[in-house]
Design a protein around this ligand. Sequence first.
Ligand code: SF4
Length: 339
Amino acid sequence: MNRTLLEQQRQTLDEAITGVFTDATAEDHHDPGELTLSGLGGCTRKAALQLAGHTPTDDDSHREQRASHLGRATHDWFLPRLAARLGRELTMIEHDVILPVRGLHIRGRLDLATLAVGAGLLLDLKTYGYDQADPGQPPSRARLMQVWGYTMGLRAQGYSIETVAILPMSRIHGGTDGLWLAEFGPQEEAIVDARIRDLIHHAKAPFFAPRDGHRGPGLDMECDSCPFRSQCWPGAQPAQAAQVRTDADVVNHAVRYAEAAAQEGAWKEEKTYHATALHRTRPGPYEADGYEVEIKTTGGGKRLNQSQAKALLAENGLPVPMTTDRESRRAVVKRRPLA
Ligand code: SF4
């Protein structure tokens, strides 16, 4: 087969693969202007804009959104099997709920609820890749509000749920180490109610609502997919333009970059030291000084041996495949001598 034909085949395949994802985005299209239970605990400004009925300006219906579709495929494959294993009296998968609260009706779709007398369980599956935060961390406000909102919606339909669970699952290796479980009761209901009360308040002047620390398109994943991003960060093209307008902005970010880089180095060293100290510790629970610690075994998986792979390619007269790094910036900071 000649090289031109191979190139044509590659291009055809690349286009078809991209098409699979863009078609899925189009099929999955929902109204970006609607506040749903999945957005209840996310960016306050975004939720306030949705609640105020603001018209979205940024259309993502053409995007590939590969990670999201792969996450959905995992849901479709995994949840029915999990439900079958649990074998409860009644199970709902991908079930629509509506949370009626303070005159609003907020829609959502829960992942899995299994109902048994006194043991109703609602579970939310969250798949993640290399790009997301440590799944072992306590659930964020966004995740808690979502799962609590579903629970209240299901209760409004007359079903009883006593326990909620968030199950992070790695899209890389299927790990589920961060499973989180908690009881659901009046305290959680009150927190959701207070959040809705705040959002109703912010919806009166949504562009004054807090951005909750989000850093703008290009710098923050939630902003990157936000349907209001160009109104919230006017003129942010390219993304960094919103952050850096003057020389003082450049210096500010460069100094903070250098400080963060220095701390990162020190913390990495500290982490390596303690990890080495724990290296041969027996896995299991430990307790002292008011702390409970679980030592777990990680690693042991296979990964590419780069030097052997390079040597093999060289032995067979094949070039080492190379890719070009994305251009980035590094700040070198010096203090100006005092005059
Ligand atoms: S662009 Fe970012 S900060 Fe602004 S509303 Fe959207 S998510 Fe919030």
